[in-house]
Design a protein around this ligand. Structure first.
Ligand SMILES: Nc1ncnc2c1ncn2[C@@H]1O[C@H](COP(=O)(O)OP(=O)(O)OP(=O)(O)O)[C@@H](O)[C@H]1O
Ligand SMILES: [Mg+2]
Length: 180
């Protein structure tokens, strides 16, 4: 018991912040989910780089959803690259089932389902508002990566970008890059 109390007080101390924060979940001690003890992430750290790592099915996508949902509730929009199409579910309210209800009780957070306002953007012809990006906006490094260029080709692209930048020549589309 003392060990558990100790654990709870350490976690609470480590995850209490001065400013606003998001709740990521609850810790487990010896396989037991603790109630009313939250793992938080301070809002002011969310403009830094971060890495969510884990084996398949360990909750990386859910964690991302939880972060963007809570940010949205606070009025902070997120731009999310939904490569696998599994993040967009935040647009519709989830449905409750006994397992989820049970888990929420264990964690100490009431379950309330709500959809977040989502705007779909697309770089291709898929559904969603067409987002047009100019070649200049990609930058030479990303552009070379997308085209899977080798080192020599990538350095030529860098030169073209530099030349166009120096001479105020816009590279809007692929025709522009061919011309230059
Ligand atoms: N915090 C959590 N508590 C309980 N169950 C969870 C939690 N996070 C995720 N899960 C469950 O685990 C399943 C897999 O989670 P998720 O899809 O987020 O994993 P992933 O790491 O993104 O997997 P993949 O590598 O396949 O993309 C979810 O459908 C959900 O049921
Ligand atoms: Mg995933």
């Amino acid at each position: 018991m003392a060990k558990k109390d100790n654990f709870i007080s350490e976690i609470t101390k480590a995850y209490t912040f001065k400013g606003d924060s998001l709740i990521l979940g609850a810790p487990k001690l010896n396989g037991e989910v603790l109630t009313d003890t939250f793992i938080r992430i301070p809002l002011k750290t969310l403009n830094r780089h971060g890495l969510i790592a884990g084996a398949t099915g360990t909750g990386k996508t859910k964690t991302l959803q939880i972060i963007i949902e809570q940010l949205s509730a606070k009025g902070i929009p997120s731009l999310v690259m939904d490569i696998k199409g599994d993040l967009s579910g935040v647009a519709v309210p989830g449905t409750i089932n006994p397992k989820i209800e049970d888990r929420h009780k264990q964690i100490g957070l009431p379950f309330s389902a709500s959809g977040s306002p989502v705007e779909f953007l697309s770089l291709s012809n898929d559904s969603g508002a067409r987002l047009r990006a100019t070649v200049t906006e990609f930058g030479p490094v990303l552009f070379s990566k997308i085209l899977e260029l080798n080192e020599t080709q990538a350095s030529v692209i860098s030169l073209v970008f530099k030349y166009c930048d120096d001479n105020k020549l816009p590279i809007l589309d692929l025709d522009d890059i061919k011309k230059h």
